[in-house]
Ligand binder design. Structure first.
Ligand code: GLV
Ligand code: MG
Length: 296
């Protein structure tokens, strides 16, 4: 399950400890934009130490490397994977603009897995953060069999398209001049590309961690578009995110009733039935099944 992904700066050991004890599904140790340039090397070493020394329970562990082709990305991988390959589930690749960015990391991992006899295959999570990345999102999603998610990088995406710097958090739902969800197209485009290739889609974090109502609304909007999870930048955001991306009691009950009513309809030789004044058919049944599968 990847409902909540807690992002923590790679150089801050104290935050790793707290993250390990949190209720997030995934912990993402960051080497990229939350780490000052002067501390990139220190962050790598700290990430290796934390991965190997802390008790992460049954959490998925992930790192975000620096941008492919920049001065740090290749060494992030060369120095971290051989030392903790067996414990790491995935690598978030930031600012992916073309499939080549994914191919580069994929081949590097293939070589390291062979050299160091690493049993588990490390998964990839390309992050879409600029217009070229969004234009190429289908090819990026298909670029490697390691891909498991597509991640939206809202801050870099906003700056790369020159969107007006109005609020530093949310999806525009607090901006009454804008009629709706500012990133509706981007998230929907990512959902189509990702789901067509069996990937999950993960929304950007909600920057104002004191605004739990805004976070809830932002997560609900994303969930309504088919997004599967959301990054968190503060432990207080995790429970809200987990609950939005899990089926509610009402949803579970409704799904169960759909299954029951439809079963009777099928037994009576009918293709459709009625529940609470609404028509239900095979498509409704699939929706109900998907809801119940999320409980597993
Ligand atoms: C994340 O990387 C972002 O740019 O929002
Ligand atoms: Mg970014």
């Amino acid at each position: 399950m990847r409902r909540s992904i807690l992002s923590v700066p790679g150089h801050l050991a104290g935050m790793h400890q707290k993250a390990a004890g949190s209720s997030a599904d995934v912990i993402m140790l960051d080497l990229e934009d939350s780490v000052p340039l002067a501390l990139k090397e220190e962050a790598r070493q700290q990430v290796v130490t934390s991965i190997n020394s802390l008790d992460w329970g049954n959490k998925n562990l992930s790192i975000r490397i620096n941008q492919p082709g920049g001065q740090f990305a290749h060494r992030d991988i060369l120095e971290i994977i051989p030392k903790c390959g067996g414990k790491l589930n995935s690598i978030v690749i930031p600012k992916v603009s073309t499939p080549a960015d994914v191919h580069f990391i994929d081949k590097l991992l293939e070589g390291l897995e062979a050299e160091f006899n690493l049993a588990n295959k490390i998964a990839l999570e390309p992050s879409i953060e600029d217009p070229l990345g969004l234009e190429n999102v289908s090819e990026i999603a298909a670029a490697s069999s390691r891909n498991i998610t597509l991640v939206f990088g809202i801050a870099d995406f906003s700056s790369s398209i020159g969107a007006k710097f109005i609020s530093i958090y949310g999806h525009g739902e607090n901006e009454d001049f804008y009629p709706g969800h500012r990133w509706h197209y981007v998230l929907s485009r990512m959902v189509i590309a990702g789901k067509a290739r069996g990937l999950s889609v993960i929304d950007a974090p909600y920057g104002n961690f004191k605004d739990s109502v805004g976070l809830q609304r932002s997560a609900e909007l994303a969930a309504a578009l088919g997004v599967d999870g959301k990054w968190a930048i503060h432990p207080t955001q995790i429970d809200i995110i987990n609950s939005v991306f899990s089926p509610s009691i009402e949803e579970i009950e409704r799904a169960q009733r759909v299954m029951d009513v439809y079963k009777i309809a099928v037994a009576e030789g009918k293709g459709a039935a009625e529940l609470d004044g609404r028509m239900i058919d095979n498509a409704t049944l699939r929706l109900a099944k998907i809801t119940l599968e999320k409980l597993k």
